[in-house]
Design a binder for this molecule. Structure first.
Ligand SMILES: Cc1cc2nc3c(=O)[nH]c(=O)nc-3n(C[C@H](O)[C@H](O)[C@H](O)COP(=O)(O)O)c2cc1C
Length: 487
């Protein structure tokens, strides 16, 4: 059966009183570390200092115009640095006999579905090839040797990072709804990498478009269990991922495919398989889309004080990346106008036409409570409706009542019918990964400003849309609470 963005999202919506029972089988908890026991490994150099990338965080949120860097030359040290800045272990906790590791990019249920592969050509001290990044021991596992990237005349090297998701890592807990988290979690990791590349001054391009089957085969994935979702190309001048030889590439030994197995019983959820395969086709929209104009909301310009971000952030880049954690002990205290303006500045993203972002302001000094949308190009907020929504929203988020004490709820929306019409089902991938990217930005901006933040993917979908006054096709994809936390 073919699914669309709208049908998958509606079929996996939560409804009050219809949640059913689902107990977690802890004996079948998926391994969060993928490994290739039969592959050769290369230890990466340990990164002890980040001086070269230490910068104020907020300018990194600005869209960049890439320079044409012909003399671009990457070393294995640069590669290691990019990988650490993209995703690294930042904390550990003990639950009985089990150790839980937390990472720099947030993940629903800390299940970490995203894996990172690197394709290299011409990187100093590294043979050309395809590698899996083993985060647990900061090493590369060799998947294939050889040149799989075309290099333009006059260029020294090229690197492509491919992001995949192992579906069951999230569906162990969230079942058919988990595809949302596969995509949003991956968006968080992608945003970390985009910020790293900006901080390192490396031109790059993010794309969600490629031939799914060919890339999955190239990486040797078991595509019933794991799939490529996005790639980032450095220096990103053309979007042709792999040399034409890809079409005839040999399959890898079965042990590579088996590495996609991360649990004793790895159930495949029907709806996830369907929405993923329904989106194989790539369709370019004939018109430019500004999602903000398609939510059914009646937006009003804001009179009075301009929203100026004059606050000096407490933590810069990359400190904020390493310090970021989900915080839930909100203090029920108002935040300042300038803090809100600072957070809003993080929403000015490039290449996110499939979503629009906004916020519910609860208690704040100098701003009226209400629901606002933010123009992603100009960063300007518009009022959608006034009033206090945060307590009702906390209840709609499966009664996570601590959310009511957060002065701000950032929200990410999309008109799913429009996505289907413009991009086909693949639009769902674009929207949810973009939502994850925005989520990581909000987490980092909040961390930098000394606030707490927590992403929320669990809510009664229809009730949330109704509370916000959205039209029938527009849905809340993701919510992030932010505010002062208890000392
Ligand atoms: C897409 C997404 C959805 C999430 N949903 C919830 C949620 O509904 N409730 C909650 O308390 N935390 C939620 N979280 C936060 C995760 O539980 C948290 O990121 C994870 O436990 C790792 O901890 P850390 O963020 O402190 O590193 C969500 C995170 C993401 C990325």
């Amino acid at each position: 059966m073919k699914l669309t963005a709208a049908s998958y999202h509606n079929l996996t919506s939560y409804e009050r009183m219809k949640m059913g029972d689902h107990s977690l089988d802890w004996t079948n908890r998926p391994n969060v570390f993928k490994s290739y026991p039969k592959a050769s490994k290369i230890s990466l150099p340990g990164i002890r200092e980040f001086d070269e990338v230490k910068k104020p965080l907020f300018p990194l949120f600005e869209p960049v115009v890439h320079s044409e860097s012909k003399d671009f030359k990457m070393t294995v040290d640069d590669l290691a640095k990019i990988l650490v800045l993209t995703q690294t272990i930042t904390a550990k906790s003990q639950g009985g006999a089990t150790e839980f590791f937390f990472r720099s990019a947030a993940s629903a249920g800390a299940l970490y579905p995203t894996e990172i592969y690197a394709v290299s050509a011409g990187i100093a001290e590294l043979k050309d090839g395809i590698y899996h990044y083993s985060i647990s021991d900061h090493s590369l596992e060799i998947i294939r040797e050889g040149r799989f990237l075309s290099i333009e005349p006059g260029e020294a090297c090229r690197a492509v990072f491919i992001f995949t998701a192992i579906f069951f890592r999230s569906s162990w807990k969230y079942r058919d709804r988990a595809y949302r988290y596969n995509l949003m979690d991956t968006g968080h990791v992608i945003e970390n990498q985009l910020l790293a590349l900006k901080a390192m001054g490396l031109s790059h391009k993010l794309s969600y478009d490629f031939d799914d089957k060919q890339v999955n085969r190239l990486l040797g994935l078991d595509e019933n269990l794991e799939a490529a979702l996005a790639f980032i190309d450095i220096p990103g001048k053309d979007l042709q991922l792999i040399a034409p030889a890809l079409k005839t590439i040999n399959p890898l030994a079965p042990s590579f495919k088996e590495a996609s197995l991360v649990a004793r019983i790895q159930k495949q959820y029907e709806m996830i398989a369907q929405i993923h395969s329904s989106a194989e086709q790539i369709r370019n929209p004939s018109v430019e889309i500004r999602m903000m104009d398609h939510t059914g909301l009646n937006l009003k310009a804001i009179k009075g004080t301009p929203w100026i971000n004059e606050r000096i952030p407490a933590a810069g880049y990359p400190e904020a990346v390493f310090l970021r954690r989900s915080k839930r002990d909100f203090a029920d205290e108002p935040v300042d106008h300038s803090t809100i303006a600072g957070l809003i500045a993080s929403l000015r993203a490039e290449n996110t036409p499939c979503i629009c972002t906004g916020l519910l302001i609860g208690s704040a000094n100098g701003c009226s409570p209400g629901f606002y949308l933010v123009d992603q190009t100009s960063g300007k907020p518009f009022m959608a409706s006034d009033g206090y929504f945060n307590e009702k929203m906390a209840d709609i988020c499966l009664h996570q009542l601590w959310l009511a004490k957060a002065s701000l709820h950032f929200i990410i929306l999309s008109n799913l019918a429009l996505l289907d019409e413009a991009f086909g089902a693949r639009g769902y991938r674009y929207a949810l990964m973009s939502a994850g990217r925005m989520g990581q930005r909000i987490y980092l901006a909040a961390t930098s400003l000394g606030l707490g933040c927590c992403g929320i993917g669990a809510f009664y979908d229809h009730e949330a849309a109704r509370l916000l006054g959205l039209d029938d096709d527009t849905r809340l994809l993701y919510l992030l609470a932010a505010g002062k936390i208890r000392k």
